[in-house]
Write a protein that binds this ligand. Structure first.
Ligand code: ADP
Length: 627
């Protein structure tokens, strides 16, 4: 056997083997693509078998058989074009052209056999070569859009078709060459034939080892991204990345992840216009989730008629879906949508399952991070509660001790000398301490309300200028001068009691943290949109490091000595809550040692959302929201 004959034999045997593999696949699952692939290799096998029979029995082929075999050869490019049409759309013109060409070719073969005139031979070769060239370019194009193993298989098929066209081209050309040159062309033809069959082998029946090697690059790209995913700001961002990754890896039109929501018993998708929830068994993805099995639907509108219109609108004919599950934990489902069923759906489904498994790991890690954050937040809350309790206990203890001691003193005196006049001084101390206690308790209660954003009650028109005057009138003291600059009424709709409390707090702080004789200035002014109020004092000021934390709960300035200035560090926290619940802002500016200025801005117009309802309810029930 010569080398050429050996090559030819190998080529033919591989063709026949592929034919067996693809026929088995088509019998198992007779889809249009599989049937067309099987038909292509079936026809090739027939041609090969004929040549074997002729060789085995040493007979020369009958003219009728030659006509039949040549006609079969011409059917090959047409079958390939049909195959292309199974997974992308072949333009009608090309489809009809291919059919017409095939018809003409067969007519010509029948009419002119056994010796075909040169122009007919040229026509046949051109038809074959052009058909294969189109098929090769269509597969190349499809490969560019696809991902994973599918892409590489499509490249291989494109190469196979290219080599097939080349082999026939060489055969055609060689008929016009002198006999002496035919040895070379025959060798070339055999090489092209072998290259063709090897490419087809890789494209149509790749061995598992090759598949795995081909799978790797996409997976590697996906995994190289995967490590950073759990740290994205939220689960929605992770889902978006996973969807993008799956879409890229599979070369699909779109990918969607539905996350299982245990509480509502629904799958939650991130729609273009916000989240969408669907019952667990809705859509093909839902079925994959409930059955915990990957599903491939080549015709989604038919398989899920209830949502046919939705699939059509999204131009999604084929759907592949795989459950995202980590161990026993059902997390959701990953679906990808394609306009046409993929030619190698099994590969895509396999890759999709791998991606869904990776997705599960990523979402699990995210859930763990979230859980850790929740635990941290719980610990923080517990710590704050401890702070709160110890601050409260500490601050309540001092006035209570004085109160009890003074009351006991009074009690003993009254027992011993019942006729003596009452000790008015001691009684006054009791009253003072009781008032202090009440102030502390009220502050604690307000802080708790501020935590829940529920400080505000009914709003009404309030003139801040007038209110400032009233507050100042209550706080005039021999030690401080308070100057109000509020020439015009500044009316807005506010909770009168809370705004009064806000201003009182600021003024009391201004007095508390200023030396005797200092001047406190209050200014109130407004424009159409907002009212502004400032309280300026010449006091101890606030260190720059404290400024960012000034309005936090329990924060006291580092320049403040507990023994000199009583307080819990809740006043400004409550002030900020009052201001923010009104939709305003509060800021402090200060130069340590030279005083501080607190500035409050409040919107003049009352933001209409939610509040009218609350007002209406308050009005109907006559409820007071305050203590
Ligand atoms: P408290 O006065 O009970 O400590 P506040 O929440 O009212 O609590 O104030 C928090 C801290 O802000 C104070 O401890 C003090 O350090 C600082 N502070 C508030 N107002 C002034 C002011 N007018 N001048 C200087 N420091 C101030």
């Amino acid at each position: 056997m010569s080398a050429g004959q050996f090559l030819q034999a190998v080529t033919q045997i591989v063709f026949v083997l592929i034919s067996l593999v693809v026929t088995r696949a088509a019998v198992r699952q007779p889809t249009a693509a599989r049937i067309d692939i099987a038909a292509f290799f079936g026809v090739t096998t027939l041609i090969i078998l004929e040549s074997w029979l002729v060789a085995a029995f040493g007979v020369t082929s009958t003219p009728l058989l030659t006509i039949f075999i040549t006609a079969l050869l011409m059917v090959l490019p047409y079958l390939l074009i049909r195959l292309v049409n199974d997974f992308t759309t072949v333009p009608t013109l090309i489809m009809r052209g291919a059919e017409a060409g095939l018809f003409l070719a067969i007519v010509a073969i029948i009419a002119f056999s056994p010796t075909l005139p040169s122009p007919i031979l040229v026509f046949l070769v051109l038809y074959f070569v052009a058909g294969n060239a189109y098929v090769a370019s269509a597969f190349l194009h499809a490969a560019g859009d696809a991902g994973g193993v599918t892409r590489r298989r499509l490249y291989a098929v494109a190469a196979g078709s290219g080599f097939l066209g080349l082999a026939i081209l060489i055969a055609g050309v060689s008929t016009f060459l002198p006999v002496a040159a035919r040895g070379v062309t025959q060798a070339l033809q055999q090489v092209a034939g072998l290259a063709c069959v090897l490419s087809y082998f890789l494209g149509f029946a790749p061995p598992p080892l090759v598949r795995r090697a081909w799978q790797e690059p996409e997976l590697r790209t996906f995994l190289s991204q995967a490590a950073r995913l759990p740290r994205l700001p939220d689960t929605a961002a992770i889902v978006r990345e996973l969807e993008h990754g799956a879409q890229q890896a599979l070369g699909a039109q779109r990918a969607a992840i539905g996350l299982w929501d245990e509480d509502t018993g629904a799958l939650r998708y991130t729609g273009a216009n916000g989240p969408l929830s669907f019952a667990a068994d809705q859509f093909i993805g839902g079925r994959a989730f409930t059955s915990q099995q990957p599903i491939f639907s080549r015709n989604a509108p038919r398989d899920d008629p209830e949502h046919a219109a939705l699939y059509r609108n999204a131009n999604a004919t084929a759907v592949l879906a795989a459950p995202i599950t980590a161990g026993q934990q059902r997390l959701g489902v990953l679906s990808v949508f394609a306009a046409r069923p993929p030619i190698f759906a099994d590969e895509d489904l396999y890759l999709l399952r791998l991606l869904a498994d990776q997705g599960a790991v990523i979402l699990e890690s995210r859930a763990l991070i979230d859980e850790a954050t929740r635990v941290q937040a719980r610990e923080e809350a517990a710590r704050l509660k401890d702070d709160f309790l110890s601050a409260a206990a500490h601050d309540l203890k001092t006035p209570l001790t004085t109160l009890i001691a003074t009351a006991q003193l009074l009690q003993r005196r009254a027992e011993r000398r019942p006729d003596e006049p009452a000790d008015l001084g001691a009684i006054q101390r009791i009253v003072n301490e009781a008032v202090r206690l009440r102030t502390i308790v009220i502050e604690l209660l307000d802080a708790a309300r501020a935590d829940q954003n529920s400080l505000l009650g009914r709003r009404e028109p309030v003139d801040l200028a007038e209110l400032a005057q009233a507050v100042v009138a209550r706080h005039t003291s021999a030690y401080h001068q308070i100057i109000v600059d509020a020439p015009e009424p500044v009316v807005g709709r506010y909770d009168r009691m809370r705004v009064t409390q806000l201003l009182e707090n600021l003024v009391e702080n201004a007095i508390k943290y200023s030396p005797d004789g200092g001047e406190v200035h209050i200014r109130v002014w407004g424009d159409n949109d907002q009212a502004t109020l400032t309280v300026r004092d010449p006091g101890i000021g606030i260190p720059a490091t404290d400024l960012p934390h000034l309005f936090e709960r329990f924060h006291r300035g580092t320049n403040v000595d507990d023994r000199q200035f009583a307080g819990m560090g809740l006043g400004l926290y409550i002030c900020r809550s009052i201001v923010e619940e009104h939709g305003g802002e509060i800021h402090a500016s200060s130069k340590p040692g030279q005083g501080s200025t607190f500035q409050v801005t409040l919107p003049r117009q009352y933001a209409p959302d939610a509040a009218p309802e609350q007002e209406a309810v308050s009005a109907q029930l006559g409820t007071e929201h305050h203590r």
